[in-house]
Design a protein around this ligand. Sequence first.
Ligand SMILES: CC(C)(COP(=O)(O)OP(=O)(O)OC[C@H]1O[C@@H](n2cnc3c(N)ncnc32)[C@H](O)[C@@H]1OP(=O)(O)O)[C@@H](O)C(=O)NCCC(=O)NCCS
Length: 155
Amino acid sequence: MQVRFAMENELDRINELRRQVNDIHVAGKPDVFKPGFSKELRDHIYTIWNDPEQKIVITEKDGVICGFAVLHHIRRPENPFMYERDFLDIDEFCVDEDHRRQGIASAMIDFIRLHAKEEGFHRIELNMWEFNRDALAFYEAAGFSTYRRYMEMYL
Ligand SMILES: CC(C)(COP(=O)(O)OP(=O)(O)OC[C@H]1O[C@@H](n2cnc3c(N)ncnc32)[C@H](O)[C@@H]1OP(=O)(O)O)[C@@H](O)C(=O)NCCC(=O)NCCS
């Protein structure tokens, strides 16, 4: 297994994994997420690719890309409530459904932590949807903890 940054000719395969994430979100929150995988969603990978503040990490195993993560450098200026914030956000994260529970996501987090430290970050952040218990179990096992919540009430 090799974890590394993606190459441009790998973006179509990464989109196959992005579609898996979208399908999970549609199944879990159908009133929020649009079903299918529109051209706009597909093309968004090129916006990510062309943004100097974003990087795509992949895991390759036996010549197959079986996981990816999108890293986004976020800078928020100081405001009356908060100090300036500067952190690495994991914006998208997925391991192919046929390759889960083999340590691939853990290897990607190890790679991301090392990269973030080398780049001088002091903090990694991510957000996830509450219905996604598999992701929560993984992120907690990987050492993340919840620091903020979104709450809702259906009427
Ligand atoms: C969440 C996800 C990334 C985990 O990837 P993975 O490669 O299977 O994770 P790992 O094999 O590295 O798991 C490491 C540990 O995390 C925990 N874990 C991972 N998946 C779990 C699950 N479905 N249920 C409970 N614990 C889980 C376990 O402790 C596991 O160790 P173990 O296998 O020795 O028990 C993967 O399930 C996935 O891509 N899901 C769909 C996309 C998604 O939800 N992305 C995140 C939100 S955007």
